[in-house]
Every structure is written in structure tokens, then in C-alpha cells.
Design a protein around this ligand. Sequence first.
Ligand code: DX5
Ligand code: ZN
Length: 217
Amino acid sequence: MSVKIAPSVLAADFANLQKEVEMLNASAADYIHVDIMDGMFVPNISFGLPVTEAIHRHASKPLDVHLMIMDPDRYLPAFRKAGAEVLTVHVEACNHLHRTVQYIKDLGAKSGVALNPHTPVGVLENILDDLDLVCMMSVNPGFGGQKFIEATFDKVRKLRQMANERGLTTMIEIDGGVNQANAPLLLEAGADVLVAGSFVFTSKDPIATIKQLKEIG
Ligand code: DX5
Ligand code: ZN
């Protein structure tokens, strides 16, 4: 198994976004993680469609778009058009998650569902078979640079067991506070995609840091 790395541009230098995206193109990253925040579902506002399009214009890696927005159905076609390969919505932000997931599939994107730290994995029981990816939040969404919540390990183990029992190859992505210390433990627990924002972008040599994470698994 080889771990996939998804650096989050939330921690990039927005004034030099093209340069940052080109750096990611040249790195061992598998995805570019794009965090969309609406100031309602989460207390912060990040950026939206025009910036996602601009990232896509320069990116040679697929965009993994994490929608931290209420009622995401409203924007799914637009983000797909802006270049999203994976569209991830929050279970806590959807009244009709099954419909939303079918909508993502109809748009030809990979379907992702994210869980906040307080949301038990059991909530996925009747939707897991339809998902390409589960994004397990290991911080409360809204900000980069927060401390990793240790209870995540248990949730990852449970979810991996749920997926194994059904013979599913659903990707389990970990988002928030990922670093070199917790990355090997996350892989051991059953994760296969690691999002990393500040750990990558505040490091002296982001390309080397991505490579380090990639070489863990
Ligand atoms: C948090 C975002 C994360 C964030 C991760 O709401 O979903 O993707 O950018 O940043 P770090 O790795 O700094 O915790
Ligand atoms: Zn994210």
C-alpha cells in the first residue's frame, strides 16, 4: 500500500499561488487539497470558485475539494466545473446525504464525505458503499495549524474495519494536524490519504517534507 499525500493550499502563500501550485506539481504530492469555507458551516471564510479555477489552471495534480459549506448541493456543479476531481461534503452540512452523494457521482467526480471529530463513524453505515473517500477530520474544521485530536486513531480503526467487512476499498483521508510523528500511526490504523497544510508549507523545504511523508508508507 502506498500512502497518498494531499497538501492543503490553505497554508500556501495566496499572493504567490501559481508558484505554490507549481511547487506541488514538482513534488511527490498525489492530490492538491482545496479547502472551501463559507463562514456559516465553519467560522472562517477561505476562498471560492475563481481561486479554485485559478489553482486548477496551473495544477498537474487532481484537486481534492473539501467543501466546508452548508447545503453544498447548491455549488457542486460549479466546483466540478472549476476542476474538482474529488468533491467532499460534510455529513453535518447535508440534510439528504444520499441524494448529495448521487449528485456528486452524476457529475462524474469522486464522492467524498467528511466527518467532524464528534461525529461517530457509524453514521456512514448506510452510505459507505457509495463513497470513494471518507475525510476524517482530526481537528475541528475551519482553520489550519490546529492540534491533532488523538481520538482520531480509534475512529480510523473502526472505519477501516467497517470497510474491510464489506470488501470496500474506500480511501480514508485524515485532515488536520498531520505531521511526521502521527503519520505512521495513522497509516497503521488504516488511513491511506494524508492532508497536510501547515506541516508542509511552514517547513523550510516543502518538497522534501512532502517526500518525507510519502516515504512513510
Ligand atoms: C481545516 C482544513 C484542513 C487544513 C489542514 O479545516 O480542512 O485541510 O488546511 O491544515 P493543517 O494541516 O495545518 O492542520
Ligand atoms: Zn480540508
